[in-house]
Ligand binder design. Structure first.
Ligand code: GRF
Length: 215
């Protein structure tokens, strides 16, 4: 089967993008990154893509009068590159309803909490303030319900009593770098299916393998 063509959307440093680039460079990996799109010219992740010889496109959101016109420009770039799956990796724009509909069931995101806890911004601060003992990362389908799409896989990490936002963020980020490539492998192997009632099934993978524990 031909490797799945992936488009990665970024806005910043791109450490998750780097993890995906490294995975895709592994011999036999079932996915390839066809295009990296950034809404910011200064996104650090663009340099990672260049280093791996992956094409990039910058679509500045300020060049567009409204969200949907920006979304359509990003989508056109992805289509031109033949993208089959969109991976959001630190992409800091909220879509118009048009984009998740256009890419329905073919767009995923990584979020630094165990959803549905702690949606939106400053989630590590939210986790610390809430007193939870465990947090982590979630890969989920993107829908028009912000951070609310069907959950594909999660990685859990402990929250220590003396954690700062920085120490917890670093621990979660490390887990993200394992989780996102694993999930991309499953997509490349065409194992991921949306079943009834918003449940995600990973064919041939035991249900508990969709959870990475990092105590
Ligand atoms: C990650 O924590 C990711 O979960 C969130 O944004 C951050 C992006 O970091 N959506 P990076 O740009 O991949 O380093």
């Amino acid at each position: 089967m031909a490797p799945l063509k992936v488009g990665v959307l970024i806005s910043g440093r791109g450490s998750n993008l780097l993890a995906l680039l490294e995975a895709c460079a592994t011999p036999g990996f079932p996915a390839t990154i066809a295009l990296v799109v950034s809404n910011r010219t200064d996104a650090g992740g663009l340099a990672h893509a260049a280093r791996f010889g992956v094409p990039t496109a910058v679509v500045p959101h300020r060049d567009h009068a409204d969200r949907e016109s920006f979304d359509r420009a990003v989508s056109a770039a992805l289509e031109a590159a033949g993208v089959e799956l969109v991976c959001l990796a630190g992409f800091m724009r909220i879509f118009s309803p048009w984009f998740p509909t256009r890419w329905a069931d073919r767009i995923i995101n990584i979020h630094p909490s165990l959803l549905p806890s702690f949606k939106g911004m400053h989630v590590q601060q939210q986790a610390i303030a809430s007193g939870v003992r465990v947090s982590g990362a979630t890969v989920h389908f993107v829908t028009n319900d912000l951070d609310g799409g069907p959950i594909v896989a999660q990685a859990a990490v402990p929250v220590h009593p003396d954690d700062s936002v920085e120490t917890l963020s670093a621990r979660i980020l490390k887990a993200e770098h394992d989780l996102y490539p694993l999930v991309l492998r499953w997509f490349g192997e065409r194992r991921v299916r949306l079943a009834a009632a918003n449940r995600v099934v990973i064919d041939g993978v035991a249900a508990d393998a969709a959870v990475l524990w990092r105590p």
